[in-house]
Design a protein around this ligand. Structure first.
Ligand SMILES: [Zn+2]
Length: 501
């Protein structure tokens, strides 16, 4: 392709909202254009994304690309309604929304295309090994309702907890933790005066127990299907509530901390609250499973200045929902082996979810309808390209791995009028013969300007044609920094060594 016809100029200045250097280089590359926090995909960007889609979808045997203008269910009903067309795998590209974070550019855009792979009636997994070909170490970690694909990166905003002993890895919002406790014989519930002890730390110190020997009350307000309600979380005093787990377990999309007035309306007293003696019709009580592991806890008496001693769940109160709603953090104990969990930062580049209740059926071998079971995997394409940029760049620009690059070669034809006759033609013809993509820059510009632009575009091999020697030229491998002079005659052989078929 001739650069003079290309839509996609390299940008002299980075977008002002984007602060991360590598992401600035990526957005100056002429492949993508950042405008008011949105990203326009130009010719080079399209080529990168298509290369990525081809690479990732190649992992799924016989997967075909489908663009469906109808609902997913309608597609299944018409194309996969019989056992004869199953199992099957197909992929599509859809836009996905996410909370954006402008300073990190394409790592966290608000809106981006995602490759979605659907595997019907078959098990499937992420192409973890293929990511190595584009320089990424991807791990599959536990997420709420599935798995997340994670790239470790110090500037990332996603948090993962890891156990180095047994290999357990999970997003912090989904991570389980070991909740040690002491189970002894349950003693009689009794009230005790605890003046000015509105926090767990104060009450534990006043009574002379550890915070894990107390039960804490945490209140939220949530919109449940049957109307808005106060959610009363009872959890051991040494633990914090993980709001994502809470929403997941309660089946509620959005929650916020409850106001004191809302807490009082259910008969609870802020600072001295427990589920004992409150109005249960106005709230949902969620008990964290940490309460099961420890006996004789100190809990609020729902009376200003008083607590209960020897509160035992579920003897003294029952819950509407019971489960794990505790937040694991750096230093928590691994659920599998008890080793200390370590917190790492990174980027979630995709996820796998398992479909729960299939609304669509197919006719099996015996003529009976059966629900179609499927897995779906999504890969956030901008975030992946941005992660590649984080790992592969030099001070002049991003260096895309050849398998992803918009063009594998850029040919800079300098001093066009003084160049030996046919030099450009012979070099570009060799590339065409070997079916290699290239961008030709034969514009009458200063050499320095052309070098600067070529490097910014992220193309891995740079060829310089000058009037020095009619029979040879210079090629730079930007991944290694090596510069070689090779003869035009040998060029096809060199290409075939670089890219064996
Ligand atoms: Zn472990």
């Amino acid at each position: 392709m001739d650069i003079s016809k290309l839509i996609g100029r390299v940008q002299r200045d980075p977008p002002k909202e984007v602060h991360e250097l590598t992401q600035q280089l990526l957005l100056r590359s002429g492949n993508f254009l950042w405008t008011e926090n949105e990203i326009i995909i130009l010719e080079g960007g399209n080529r990168i994304l298509e290369n990525l889609i081809t690479l990732l979808s190649s992992f799924y045997e016989a997967s075909q690309r489908i663009e469906f203008g109808c609902s997913f269910e309608r597609l299944l009903q018409s194309e996969f309604n019989s056992y004869r067309s199953l199992p099957a795998c197909f992929h599509t590209v859809e836009e996905v929304h996410r909370a954006g974070y402008a300073p990190l550019g394409m790592l966290y855009p608000k809106l981006q295309p995602a490759l979605i792979v659907y595997a019907l009636q078959k098990e499937t997994e992420a192409p973890i090994t293929l990511f190595k070909q584009i320089g990424l170490e991807v791990s599959s970690v536990e997420a709420l309702g599935g798995e997340a694909f994670f790239v470790e990166e110090s500037i990332g905003r996603d948090l993962v907890l890891k156990c180095e002993k047994c290999g357990y890895e999970a997003l912090q919002m989904a991570a389980k933790l070991k909740k040690d406790g002491v189970k002894t014989e349950a003693e009689t519930l009794s009230e005790v005066a605890t003046p000015n002890c509105q926090t767990i730390v104060k009450v534990a110190a006043f009574i002379g127990v550890k915070t894990w020997q107390t039960a804490k009350a945490v209140f939220y307000h949530g919109e449940a299907p049957e109307g808005s309600k106060v959610i009363f979380v009872a959890i051991r005093g040494d633990l914090e509530v993980n709001e994502e787990k809470l929403k997941h377990i309660a089946g509620i999309n959005s929650i916020r901390p409850a106001e004191d007035e809302e807490i009082r309306k259910i008969g609870a007293v802020p600072g001295y609250a427990s589920p004992i003696g409150i109005d249960r019709s106005k709230c949902i009580v969620v008990a964290d499973d940490s309460l099961i592991t420890t006996s004789n806890l100190v809990a609020g008496a729902n009376k200003e200045g008083y607590h209960f001693l020897n509160c035992n769940y579920p003897r003294d109160f029952q819950a509407d929902l019971e489960g794990d709603v505790a937040l694991a953090s750096e230093g928590s104990k691994c659920i599998n082996c008890g080793n200390i969990l370590r917190l790492t930062k990174g980027i979630v580049i995709g996820k796998k979810t398992m479909q729960k209740n299939s609304p669509v059926s197919f006719i099996d071998e015996k003529g009976k309808p059966r629900p179609i079971v499927w897995h779906n995997m999504s890969f956030n394409l901008f975030s992946i390209v941005a992660c590649v940029a984080q790992k592969s760049y030099d001070k002049f620009g991003i260096v895309f791995p050849p398998i992803l690059a918009p063009w594998k070669f850029i040919v800079l034809s300098l001093n066009k009028d003084r160049l030996p006759h046919d030099k450009t033609h012979l070099v570009t013809q060799a590339l065409k013969n070997c079916k290699q993509s290239f961008l030709l820059d034969a514009r009458q510009l200063k050499a320095g300007q052309k070098f600067m632009e070529a490097d910014l575009r992220g193309i891995p091999f740079r060829i310089v044609l000058s009037d020095k020697d009619p029979k040879s030229f210079e090629i730079k491998n930007r991944m290694t920094g090596e510069v070689e002079t090779i003869s035009i005659e040998d060029f096809e052989k060199v290409i075939k060594t670089l890219f064996p078929e």
